[in-house]
Design a protein around this ligand. Sequence first.
Ligand code: ADP
Ligand code: MG
Length: 397
Amino acid sequence: MPKQTVRDIEVSGRKVLVRVDFNVPQTESGEVSDDRRIRGAIPTLVNILERGGSLILVSHLGRPTGDPAADAPFRMDKPAERLASLLGKKVVKVGDTVGPEAVAACSSLAPGGIVMLENVRFNKGEKKGDVEFAKKMAALADCYVNDAFGTCHRDEASMVAVPEQFAHDRRAIGFLVEKELNILATLLGEPRHPYVAVMGGAKVSDKIGVIENLVKKVDKLLIGGAMTYTFLSAMGHSIGKSKVESDKLEMARALMHSAGDKLVLPSDHLVASAPEAGAETKVVVGPDIPDGWFGMDIGPRTAAEYDALIQSAAVVIWNGPMGKFETKDFAAGTKAVAQSLARSPGITAIGGGESAEAIEKFGLADKVSHVSTGGGAFLESLEGKRFNSLGVIPDKV
Ligand code: ADP
Ligand code: MG
């Protein structure tokens, strides 16, 4: 059942507490280096303002330690400034979350006004899901909107205990969460076929749940990235010095057994004499990596084979880079897959922290149907998990 959205609740003349995910990448000096998550929340925020509501925004940023000096870069000032410039509106940033500054700013908030609270994780009550803390936060506002998809897999106070303080007709999801849930419903429902999943990344152990769940739905599961070598090793092939999870071979065998011929491994590899820029590289064809070499990327033949499958697919989901793409020498396979998705006529969805970073880096994010703003939340959704943060938002009536 679809969830009640911000469209379905009365916001006129009301103060709307919006849990956003402004946990953005930052530079050394604390500047916002990628504002995708801030831009992602704009449609919800504009909708509330245009309908006569006011905004109280709350988010976490980084991993604060509790030491105020060390935590200074995690204050919400920079994201608040970026939001102000994107909206072309004043954003009042306060220095606490539920303390006197927040209470004062929120009580004098008029329709059209915007308050950004301080980093919610500066409060111990947030991680603990503390109800007393949640009550104080809820008391600032008249209704609650969750537009923080990237945090939906967490049971923190601002995600679960805070919305629980509001009447059912005053809780909703925002448009970003709605969009993420719609694409997940497509990917996990009864999608059209052929349905192709491309999985890569660092470790097969991070993705077991996703592979197990997706294998039931997809027609092909194309493997790349470092997890390739755990599968090849499990099959008895030599993997040279490639990254491998030697304690996961049994599990890799079980996955291959259940996936049968749906699972496709690379037919060639880019190998390097060392896992770093400038090392000697060559392409090897076949399932064995020569002694002393590191498997760093899928090869060109694999990229072409995967492209053919992606072009003929009705639905494609991609998680996990095909190689160590952060180093230019090992980025070709990931770039080729990104270009394949961009060209594909089907529904194309991408999720995962580094995968989203990769498609942005290649400038192709606008050419696919959806790039998820949630790393962990996207993967856990694909595993079939249900989140408490969404359980507390009523279904649409
Ligand atoms: P995502 O965040 O998209 O889910 P992961 O976190 O699983 O992806 O993995 C991303 C990381 O995997 C990247 O930082 C990439 O450098 C690394 N990686 C992929 N292939 C290789 C490889 N062959 N050797 C070393 N690292 C790899
Ligand atoms: Mg990652």
